[in-house]
Write a protein that binds this ligand. Structure first.
Ligand code: ZN
Length: 236
């Protein structure tokens, strides 16, 4: 299984996951034109698009993608919040569904959105398992047998603390809806990552994160053989 980031920030998120037979899009927080340009694939080559929650930077082109015949999956709460009466596939926490050769289990995440989800994706072809979770304060699941983990690493509490000019409301929004690097490291240290080969850090805040420091901190708590990649704001 291959995971690739097309864009990863509060300006837009989109990721591609594929095994030898099935390709899906995770999030569609970019215009369709940009999605196609950054991925080098036509929209029609995606078996589905999974959307974690209704915020624009994750769901911008939902309507157009669904209208162009790609199956779009999301929670009922997300569909409601997006004002979608139909035309999308509704999926529930821990209820497995399949797209081609990929088996997918949605799971609850913790964000200031109606009914946000993360996705566990397993390939029936190569046996790889990916956990994808962004925009979540924390994670509750241990995900045995992970091959790839793509997870939000949004901000550093120490930088946030020093940003005195930040309005209290904004500060609260960040701490109540996004993953702090210390929280992530604590979580990672409890995971069995013996089969994991790649960790992708998603959605780093521009002002509240330091890329090298984040990699160093994650490196310190995971097995040495794992590749750690910070996803660029936009694929270069
Ligand atoms: Zn969000």
């Amino acid at each position: 299984m291959i995971f690739r980031s097309l864009a990863s920030s509060s300006f837009g998120n989109a990721y591609v996951v594929e095994d030898a037979e099935t390709r899906i899009l995770l999030e569609c927080g970019l215009t369709v034109k940009k999605l196609q340009r950054l991925s080098d694939f036509s929209l029609a080559s995606f078996g589905a698009c999974l959307v974690s929650h209704e915020h624009k930077d994750h769901a911008k082109s939902v309507g157009e993608i669904a209208a162009r015949g790609v199956a779009v999956y999301m929670s009922p709460g997300t569909a409601d919040a997006l004002g979608l009466g139909g035309g999308v596939e509704l999926v529930e926490h821990l209820e497995q569904f399949s797209v081609g050769t990929l088996d997918i289990v949605p799971f609850t995440t913790f964000h200031d959105a109606a009914e946000p989800l993360g996705f566990l994706v397993k390939s029936r072809i190569d046996g790889d398992v990916l956990a994808f979770a962004t925009d979540t304060v924390n994670l509750r699941y241990k995900f045995p047998g992970l091959s790839i983990l793509a997870v939000e690493a949004n901000y550093d509490a120490q930088i946030l603390e020093r940003s005195e000019r930040l309005p209290e409301k904004v500060r609260r929004r960040i701490t109540n809806s996004h993953m702090e690097i210390g929280t992530l490291c604590e979580y990672l240290s409890q995971l069995d990552l013996s089969r994991c080969r790649e960790i992708y850090l998603l959605h780093l805040s521009d002002a509240m994160s330091r890329e090298n420091e984040f990699v160093r901190r994650v490196r310190a708590v995971v097995p040495k053989n794992i590749t750690i990649t910070v996803c660029d704001k936009e694929k270069k």
